[in-house]
Design a protein around this ligand. Structure first.
Ligand SMILES: Cc1cc2nc3c(=O)[nH]c(=O)nc-3n(C[C@H](O)[C@H](O)[C@H](O)COP(=O)(O)O)c2cc1C
Length: 461
């Protein structure tokens, strides 16, 4: 069989994900696996129609397609996203993928890998492909025989499915969506933002689009230091290459080659209130937004929106795309921002959108004034624990910037450091082996658990 492997790693063949693909090639010599370096060649593929045509020809001639990619910010790298957008632009392109068997292989550290997998599954469904499953490997799994064997079982089942022409399930309905034309009221409601600084960042491609109108109307709601910036006006020459040059001291290899880092330091970092405004393209925001997010990787795992109030304005069918909502919430949480609300153009009337924008403006300012941040969700609490283990151990020598940050901010809060808990456990666990004590303990769990809370509450007048 002929399998086309669409490589999402910007590192080309020097990719961890591709080591698994090379392994599959070795173990299944009877099948031809052709690797196409999509992310590495994304600019060429975008500019040169022949390059895209060539890839589509190979896909048409294949028996199946394997999407093999690293997870970048709980999705795929921006370069891969650019390619997906390119395919979805033309019916002819989509037809090359139609009815092909397909599977997904990713490597990551399992930080929200499920969002990337949901996304790729949805893209395969949108391309009318026959989805035979996905495999999310930890980036180190390949080093262990047991995990390599697991991968072989997955691949074997993929190949069997193709050979036996198994029927497959579809998880996602196509999204059919037409927004109203948003006509802002342009009422002068200007709310004073006081000493705060606000940046409204958007990826509007047309002046009168819903997104441009929402971004401008939000600016019109605010009085003070407010700046509207279009992401396409920033010179960003390349996507993140995953080179880890930044891991030593947060210095990006491309710092001098384009405007991204300077833009980040001068516009994003000083802002207290941020509005991220994006257009939905396929099942996520645009690849331009993904480019922005990926390039912030030079900050490594510092929650770089800490202390900021954040709102999202979205043009497109967010209600039909819960995975994107989750990606936005996860991003905001992991970056430490206070996500106040997400406003879309999925409303019945322009007046409704106007009212929601004003309400968001008021809440952003109110929270900024009061310095309010919602408690963290699972995304950042769980995420920090995954990263904490890596920076404490295996990756400390590489990710020195992160190690310093985690150390200085008390994030190395390993439970074994809590000597009081350890002492308690050492005393109580042996005691629970005595049936009468065990019975007493478990019968009083509810009461005992609430005791410290009741103590605090009783002191409050
Ligand atoms: C810009 C960037 C973003 C990343 N984001 C995530 C992430 O959200 N979740 C995760 O588990 N790993 C993340 N990683 C780790 C990579 O997915 C992991 O190292 C992967 O194995 C790299 O594969 P490759 O060598 O094939 O490119 C990220 C790495 C980079 C460089």
């Amino acid at each position: 069989m002929k399998i086309v492997v669409l490589n999402g790693s910007p590192k080309g063949l020097k990719s961890i994900t591709m080591q698994s693909v090379q392994f599959i090639k070795k173990k299944f010599p009877q099948h031809e696996l052709e690797i196409i370096n999509i992310s590495q060649k994304a600019n060429k593929i975008k500019k040169d129609p022949e390059a895209l045509k060539n890839i589509l020809e190979k896909i048409k001639a294949s028996d199946a397609v394997l999407w093999a990619t690293p997870v970048y910010y709980f999705l795929v790298p921006s370069q891969y996203k650019t390619f997906i957008e390119l395919i979805l632009q033309e019916d002819d392109n989509i037809n090359a993928f139609r009815d092909k068997y397909t599977a997904v292989l990713t490597t990551s550290v399992h930080l929200l890998d499920h969002i990337a997998h949901n996304y790729l599954n949805a893209i395969c469904d949108d391309l009318s492909m026959k989805f035979l499953g996905a495999f999310s490997a930890d980036m180190h799994d390949f080093l262990y025989d047991k995990e390599r064997q697991r991968l072989l079982l997955f691949v074997q089942s993929f190949f069997n499915g193709i050979e036996k022409e198994l029927p497959t399930t579809k998880k996602h309905e196509p999204i059919d969506y037409q927004a109203i034309k948003y006509r802002p009221s342009k009422l002068d409601r200007r709310i004073d933002i006081g000493k705060h600084k606000c940046v409204i960042l958007n990826d509007a491609e047309e002046n009168q689009s819903n997104l441009a109108n929402m971004a401008n109307e939000m600016a019109a709601n605010l009085r003070g230091d407010v700046e509207v910036i279009n992401l396409y006006d920033i010179d960003i020459k390349t996507g993140c290459q995953g080179c880890y040059h930044c891991a030593y001291d947060n210095t990006c290899r491309f710092e001098k080659e384009d405007e991204f880092v300077e833009f980040f330091h001068t516009k994003i970092e000083p802002a207290d209130i941020l509005l991220f405004c994006g257009t939905i393209k396929d099942r996520y925001l645009s690849s331009r937004w993904k480019l922005f997010i990926d390039r912030t990787f030079f900050k490594q795992h510092v929650p770089y929106l800490r202390g900021k109030q954040l709102g999202f304005l979205i043009s497109g069918p967010l209600k039909k795309n819960p995975n994107l909502r989750q990606a936005i919430e996860a991003y905001s949480d992991l970056m430490g921002a206070n996500l106040v609300d997400i406003i879309t153009d999925e409303n019945e009337s322009s007046e409704e959108i106007d009212a929601l924008l004003t309400s968001l403006a008021q809440r952003l300012i109110d929270f900024a004034e009061k310095d309010y941040y919602q408690p963290r969700y699972f995304y950042s609490i769980g995420g920090m624990k995954i990263m904490r283990d890596l920076f404490w151990g295996k990756y400390r020598f590489l990710c020195q910037a992160d190690h310093k940050f985690y150390k200085n901010n008390g994030i190395y809060d390993f439970p074994q450091k809590n000597y009081q808990d350890r002492l308690l456990n050492n005393v109580v666990i042996p005691l629970t082996r005595i049936p009468s004590i065990r019975k007493k303990l478990y019968n009083s769990v509810q009461e005992e658990m609430i005791k410290p809370y009741a103590k605090v509450l009783n002191k409050i007048t």
